[in-house]
Design a protein around this ligand. Sequence first.
Ligand code: OGA
Ligand code: NI
Length: 306
Amino acid sequence: MMNFPIISLERLNGVERKDTMAKIKDACENWGFFELVNHGIPHDLMDTLERLTKEHYRKCMEQRFKELVSSKGLDAVQTEVKDMDWESTFHVRHLPESNISELPDLSDEYRKVMKEFSLRLEKLAEELLDLLCENLGLEKGYLKKAFYGSRGPTFGTKVANYPQCPNPELVKGLRAHTDAGGIILLFQDDKVSGLQLLKDDEWIDVPPMRHSIVVNLGDQLEVITNGKYKSVEHRVIAQTNGTRMSIASFYNPGSDAVIYPAPELLEKETEEKTNVYPKFVFEEYMKIYAALKFQAKEPRFEALKA
Ligand code: OGA
Ligand code: NI
């Protein structure tokens, strides 16, 4: 078993560029996941965001979560829970327009830091999309354009805490799924683990690492690459000994972007491989995903072929 891919973006400059690009290619083809270090996002910005997120959770979210758990009897379940997740979340939208000023309970400092972090992540996501283009032999900017639609990409952050859990084998932090969208950048707790991906039918831990950014690919990149890159199933196991913070940012197509396999990648394929993925408007995909998130992705693609 090869180790989970950890990639230093600093090594994109100079003589090690080729080696780094090859590592990214291997991670995209064989893992659907990798962990970035030396990604250029200032560590002190990440530290501040982590502190503010944890403070916000304790101040505004924790009590509400406890009440939810006891009202649903989730802390005393005897059999596996299949319709709920052991997570406390809120969502922020950045693009096409920010909604952060409308969200309740956030301090001015938290809003400001979140905004700055999201701008950095947006740049990083676009840089990564171009590295993927380079590895795929697509022209620079192809993926960004494919996501653009009429108003540009959708970019948003899901702030989650996975509280300490008495029964992690009966209730998942987050049930297994693939992500619907494009490319996902995750700033996760550096101590409390829990994120796992499915590789060769085995659940593998995504290791916590201070100041790293975990990257994974969503269903839309699988479609556009005609399956050269696959969205990979993942889940979160809550822990019995600590709360895990996760700040996941989703760089997705605009709602009216039309998604289809890149013609250049189809040219080289045999006929049976050219009809695997449909062409659709992204928001139609999201309607289906909303109902089928925790099921296999293939029926989602099939539903859009009709
Ligand atoms: C998700 C997700 C993982 C995590 O929200 O889609 O997979 O670690 N999150 O929070
Ligand atoms: Ni996910």
